[in-house]
Design a protein around this ligand. Structure first.
Ligand code: GRF
Length: 216
């Protein structure tokens, strides 16, 4: 079975969704470790409750981001990890990390990329006035939220939405599409051709519904 690791810096709700999908057997993989750069991450409590090993790697003990990433890579290689899942991991990963795991690092972003990359994506979507937003699981390349897209979920934005309510709606889909993307990866069904990701035997006919239109 393939071995996956999750890197998280905060709340860890995506980590928990992934861990539960592994425990229930929906994702046929092992999850040997959660790695965090934040000793106070709520993700650590979740790992303890779920009985998953966690490792805190303190960024202040390293001179720069590259040496920090080299340490993380060494841990992941030692554990024979095949896939790295960033889930609310607040550090931008350097080329040291990306070269060690080419097309083997996934991230989840709370917007429909390429719209609203970077921080505060939900707030940016509301300010811009978009009518739909959503979540994106993508491979990590050297840019910020620019790698090939694996799966997206569309979430309608209503006039009453605040960044908080929209975040909540998007999050419930994050918890579904991230485990789904990981399952596809560990089953070896993902083929990457430049920017295009093709999932073998995925049902591409179930496209997101259009908004409820009035007589058109
Ligand atoms: C999620 O919204 C994710 O899309 C973004 O950071 C948030 C992490 O939430 N990258 P959690 O720590 O998984 O609860």
């Amino acid at each position: 079975m393939k071995r996956i690791a999750v890197l998280a810096s905060g709340r860890g709700s995506n980590f928990e969704a992934i861990a539960r999908a592994v425990k229930s057997g929906k994702i046929p993989a092992n999850l040997p470790v959660l790695i965090t750069d934040n000793r106070n991450a709520k993700a650590i409590e979740r790992a303890e409750k779920l009985g998953i090993n966690w490792i805190f790697v303190d960024p202040t003990s390293f001179p720069d981001r590259e040496t920090y990433d080299a340490k993380i890579v060494a841990i992941l290689k030692h554990l024979n990890v095949d896939l790295v899942c960033l889930a609310g991991y607040r550090k931008i990963v350097t080329s040291v990390f990306i070269k060690a795991f080419p097309m083997k690092i996934l991230n989840i972003h709370p917007a429909l990329l390429p719209s609203f990359p970077g921080l505060k994506a939900q707030e940016k979507a509301i300010r811009y006035g978009v009518k739909v937003s959503g979540a994106t699981v993508h491979f990590v390349d050297e840019g910020v939220d620019t790698g090939p897209i694996v799966i997206q979920a569309v979430v309608p934005v209503s006039p009453e939405d605040t960044p908080e309510t929209l975040s909540e709606k998007i999050l419930s889909f994050e918890h579904r599409i991230y485990p789904q993307a990981i399952k596809w990866f560990v089953e070896g069904r993902i083929k990457v051709n430049g920017r295009n990701v093709i999932v073998e035997n995925a049902d591409y006919s179930k496209l997101p519904a259009v908004p409820a239109l009035e007589d058109f």
